[in-house]
Structures are given as C-alpha cells and as structure tokens.
Design a protein around this ligand. Structure first.
Ligand code: ADP
Ligand code: MG
Length: 269
C-alpha cells in the first residue's frame, strides 16, 4: 500500500447514527484498518457496550480485568493504560468496550463534567504519546450520554447511511443533536463525511437512496460506496476486518477508496 498524507493534527471522528445496523462499527474498523495499512497511526475507541469494534480488531474484550473505555470514562485509568494494539497491525490501536459500559450511561449522569469525560481523556498530550493520526469513535445506536461524549471529544462527525428504505429516517434528529452539542459544548463539531453502506447495485432503490443522500449532503458524501457483501459481515467472526480477511474483495477495495478520500480531504483542510 502506498502512503497517505498525515493530517497536520490528529483528526478525531465520531461515527454516529442512532439507527442500529447501518454499518457504524463496520465502517469504523475498516476505515481504521485501511488507514493503518497505509502507515498511519489509528486509534479506535469502542463506545458500544456490545464491543463489536473490539472483536473485529482481534481484541478479546471479554477477558477478565482488562482496562476498557469504561474505566477511562470514570477516570480510573489513563488513555495509554486502556489502549491495546490490534494483533493485525502495529499501527492500529483500540480502547475496547466491555459489558460494564452498559451501565455507564446511568453512572456518568452523577459525575462532574459528564459530557467531557472522553474529551478530557483524549487530550493533546495523551494523543501525542500514542502517536496517532486518526481517532475513530464507534458510537452505540442511541443519542445518549455516550454519544454526546463522543461528539464533545471529536471535531468531525462521520455518518454512515445504509442504502435501504427509510435511510434518512432519524438523520434529522441526529443533525439537531449535533447542532445542540455544537451550540453548547463543542463549537468546532461538524458533519464532515457521509458514507453510503450496504449498497446493492441490483436494486433501483439503492440508487434512489444514494441520489437522495447526495442531494441532502452534497459533497460530504464520499464517492466510494460500500457494497453489500457477505464477506464483509463474515470478517469480524475471524477477528479481522475485510481488509485483512480478503484484501482483494470489492468490500475491501471500497473501504480502501473511502480511506484515500478521507485522508486526502483532511490534507486539504
Ligand atoms: P452498526 O454498528 O451501525 O449497528 P454494523 O456495522 O454492526 O452496524 O453492521 C450491521 C450488520 O450488517 C453486521 O452484521 C455487519 O456485519 C453487517 N454489515 C455491515 N456492513 C456490511 C456490508 N457492506 N455488507 C454486508 N453486511 C454488512
Ligand atoms: Mg455498532
């Protein structure tokens, strides 16, 4: 793989859409693996109690006593202590999620600076120590306090949208939440990127949805479209992303194209 430009500053992207099953986790881990393959340092923060991103990166998030994003949010461990290397790539790091995180949304409510816990953990010093160019935060399928923490910690929001019926359903609510966070907690936050996922070229519907999303979001939508492919969904079962599982597949190539666009846009910013 050729090199991609390093961004001048660590780019922090929140992968958000409160709808479940639209490809948030798949997009987070595959973009991360693709960027790391090009020699960039990438940290995935798994903010979903299911821990699917951790699994796909080959990290055993059910191991007893591992430090996870839960302890990080509570301030019990440092970023470096909560971070593990993916066995698939030295430049690919992950703060895993454990099932403890399921209770965190409620526990966080009573903490000081409850919306800023993740931002405080991901500060300039701790990120410099990890030497990462990108942080990708994989959000749970809700707009609760975990997702708010992700939006406060990031500058960019990346929205995956599934090429299916009701694709834009709920996106209005998501955008209003982003505006609220921007107004009250994080003025720099903006939607920088939209990724179309699970595209099935055999259906007319998929093209209609893609057109509709492009009309709505304009050039925020990446040209690369992620096809629906069984292999993409199989890869996590092997503790891999599609980029390691089947590098030459359409799914892998489309995520690599998406990485290139993302990185080149960042360089121009
Ligand atoms: P979310 O994180 O938004 O809930 P996931 O990334 O977990 O969504 O994807 C939901 C399901 O769809 C998972 O089983 C995943 O493996 C599958 N999936 C995601 N992207 C694709 C794709 N391009 N082709 C086929 N299956 C996919
Ligand atoms: Mg997910």
């Amino acid at each position: 793989a050729g090199q991609l430009p390093r961004p001048p500053k660590t780019r922090i992207l929140t992968i958000a859409n409160q709808k479940g099953g639209v490809g948030k986790t798949t997009t987070a881990v595959n973009l991360a693996a693709g960027l790391a393959l090009h020699g960039l340092g990438v940290l995935v923060v798994d903010l979903d109690p299911q821990g699917n991103a951790s699994t796909a990166l080959g990290i055993d998030h059910r191991a007893p006593d591992i430090a996870s994003v839960y302890e990080l949010l509570l301030g019990e461990v440092t970023l470096a202590e909560a971070t593990q290397k993916s066995p698939n790539n030295d430049r690919l790091l992950c703060v895993p999620a454990t099932l403890d995180l399921a209770g965190a949304e409620i526990e966080l409510v009573s903490l000081v600076a409850r919306e800023n816990r993740l931002r405080n953990a991901l500060n300039e010093d701790t990120l410099r120590d990890l030497d990462v160019d990108y942080v990708l935060i994989d959000c749970p399928p809700s707009l609760g306090l975990l997702t708010v923490n992700a939006m406060v910690a990031a500058k960019e929001v990346l929205i995956p949208i599934q090429c299916e019926y009701y694709a834009l359903e709920g996106v209005g609510q998501l955008l209003r939440n982003i505006e609220l966070v921007q107004a009250h907690l994080n003025p720099a936050l903006h939607v920088s990127t939209v990724v179309l996922t699970m595209y099935d070229g055999r259906t007319k519907l998929a093209d209609q949805v893609a057109d509709e999303v492009r009309n709505h979001f304009g050039d925020k939508v990446l040209k690369a479209i992620i096809p629906r492919s069984v292999k993409v969904s199989e890869a996590p079962g092997f503790g891999m992303t599609i980029i390691e599982y089947d590098p030459g597949s359409r799914g892998s190539m489309s995520y690599l194209d998406a990485c290139r666009e993302l990185a080149l846009r960042g360089a121009a910013q």
